[in-house]
Ligand binder design. Sequence first.
Ligand code: CA
Length: 234
Amino acid sequence: MEEKKTVLIVEDEKSIVDIVRFNLEKEGYGVLTAYNGEDGLAKAMEKKPDLVLLDLMLPRMNGFEVCRLMRERGNRVPVIILTAREEEADKVQGLELGADDYITKPFSMRELMARVKANIRRTAMQSAGSSAGAVITGGGLTIHPENYQVYKRGKLVDLTQREYELLVFLAGHPGKVYTRIDLMEQVWNYGYVGDDVRTVDVTVRRLREKIEDDPASPAIILTRRGVGYYFAAN
Ligand code: CA
């Protein structure tokens, strides 16, 4: 039997927590809850959930701070931000602080479950493929798929899970250009793509800040203007 996956819900609106918990449990997930940011951060660090659903407006510590501190402390778990409608700036800020994805309130349970499933499946696939992975090198980087570590000229680079997966995917096909929609489908595992391709741009930007010598003039993850992104072929 497959190991039960656990989702941590960090949200102060009890009615939302209750309905999300009900739906997750119905799908077979274990559920942890936190009603404020401090408790959310503590549970994310101690209980090691497989995914975190993170509201932004929270008592005690807001969701941005929770996400930033999780990443700063080395926690790479997939994070989906729950954000209010029309707050585009919040989505981008959340992604820049290390969230993997966002979903806009009010959301349908069907959409939320699809996102949760896509993110957890992604993690499972990564684990399954890890033992067979060969070391990938290029652009001064060395990628060790067996332990998810990336080195830049011998120095360990701290990537989130999604940044790591995007890098490994592009590095696995050097020179091949992928559109943002391709990347949403293949790295994010989304069967459908709305206007969320912005997520790809922010993740690429974040990745470049960590791996490029000069992020403004990238030499590893390149842009094919009007088309998409590719890993520089040596
Ligand atoms: Ca709230």
